[in-house]
Design a protein around this ligand. Structure first.
Ligand SMILES: [Zn+2]
Ligand SMILES: [Zn+2]
Length: 160
């Protein structure tokens, strides 16, 4: 199949064509399962659906999309263990430490990785929140102002 990234068309030795593609890595807590993904993070979003709150034990999961064909398992444990939460949706987790790492839908060209398993979290701030209506109300106050910052602001106004 013809490809726009045909290696024959790549620059000569001395330059590194791979450097043109951004890649980053992620891993489970114990380090057995390590992945590499390529490209720019796509559609980082939180999800508070019942499947993912139960799987994570938390109020939401941060998902970050990358091209499925750029996914590689590079840790000593190889591929994660898979569990399907839907006939066309499977989730990969480390069988040793239990960390959830990816969600793969058959009908998508993207793979979603759990944002906080990434080693580099840049450009992964969520742009949306799926099943937001099912999220606990206290999530809206989880990032209340830092008390120390508030004290500083009070001092600034009262002592002027
Ligand atoms: Zn692990
Ligand atoms: Zn979800």
């Amino acid at each position: 199949m013809p490809s726009l990234s045909d290696p024959a068309a790549a620059p000569a030795a001395g330059t590194t064509p791979e450097a043109a593609v951004e890649s980053r890595t992620g891993r489970c807590q114990c380090g057995d399962i390590v992945y590499r993904v390529e490209g720019i993070p796509d559609d980082p979003h939180l999800c508070s659906c019942r499947h993912e709150t139960r799987i994570s034990g938390g109020p939401a999961v941060l998902w970050v999309g990358f091209r499925k064909d750029g996914l590689a398992w590079i840790g000593p444990g190889g591929e994660p263990t898979w569990y399907s939460t839907w006939p066309t949706l499977r989730r990969g987790f480390c069988p040793r430490c239990g960390t959830h790492l990816v969600s793969v839908a058959e009908d998508s060209s993207m793979v979603m990785v759990t944002g906080f398993s990434l080693d580099d979290l840049s450009d992964t701030d969520p742009v949306g929140h799926s099943y937001r209506e099912e999220a606990p109300l206290w999530m809206t106050i989880a990032l209340a102002p830092d008390p120390a910052a508030l004290r500083g602001a009070d001092e600034g106004t009262t002592r002027r």
